[in-house]
Design a protein around this ligand. Structure first.
Ligand SMILES: [Fe+2]
Length: 192
């Protein structure tokens, strides 16, 4: 009986252009420089848009984490309402992170993907989780501020995308603005 092995040999690989395992040597086809991109947006505009989106992604990730942190650590008479409300918001925000990062990739650039990069790029202040948690109304105010900050960052990036006629980025950022302006309104209403 022939011994089976998960290791595939490059000699016996029937499809040399298929993706290799992470860390594997690139095939001949991938050793060349990156293919050029010609989607009708020049390289300078693509770089400016991607830089704007990197700031949006950093704000979005930081706000996502803060909302999840408050879902875990909220206390007081508003516990049930806020625990559930925060979960609804962070679940939607988590899904949106991927779309923002993949738009940066589609424009030809790498997306930030580490806590250090997000901390450097974000305009939103983190809140530690392990020390004494803020009172519920302080949490709500912080999330109002965070959603508003993200809207300001998204508007800057939207302006750049608009100037370059980058409709997919404009569409993505318009949707994010609608969501975060709505969240800011809902959270703000709890404080009135
Ligand atoms: Fe939970």
């Amino acid at each position: 009986m022939a011994k089976s092995s998960n290791k595939s040999s490059s000699k016996t690989r029937s499809q040399p252009t298929s993706k290799g395992k992470p860390g594997s040597k690139p095939t001949k086809a991938t050793r060349t420089e990156s293919p050029s991109i010609d989607i009708g947006i020049d390289a300078k505009d693509r770089a400016d848009i991607a830089a704007g989106l990197a700031h949006v992604l950093a704000d979005a990730y930081t706000l996502y984490l803060k909302t999840h942190n408050f879902h875990w650590n909220v206390t007081g008479p508003m516990f049930n309402t806020l625990h559930t409300m925060f979960e609804t918001q962070y679940t939607e925000q988590w899904a949106a992170l991927d779309a923002i990062a993949e738009r940066i990739r589609a424009l030809g650039f790498n997306a930030p993907g580490s806590y250090a990069e997000f901390a450097r790029l974000t305009t939103i202040r983190e809140e530690p989780g392990m020390t004494a948690a803020p009172a519920w109304h302080d949490m709500v105010q912080q999330l109002v501020d965070g959603n508003e900050a993200l809207c300001r960052t998204a508007r800057v990036a939207l302006d750049v995308a608009d100037d370059a006629d980058d409709a997919p980025t404009e569409d993505l950022l318009t949707q994010r603005l609608q969501t975060h302006e709505k969240y800011a309104w809902m959270l703000r209403s709890m404080l009135q």
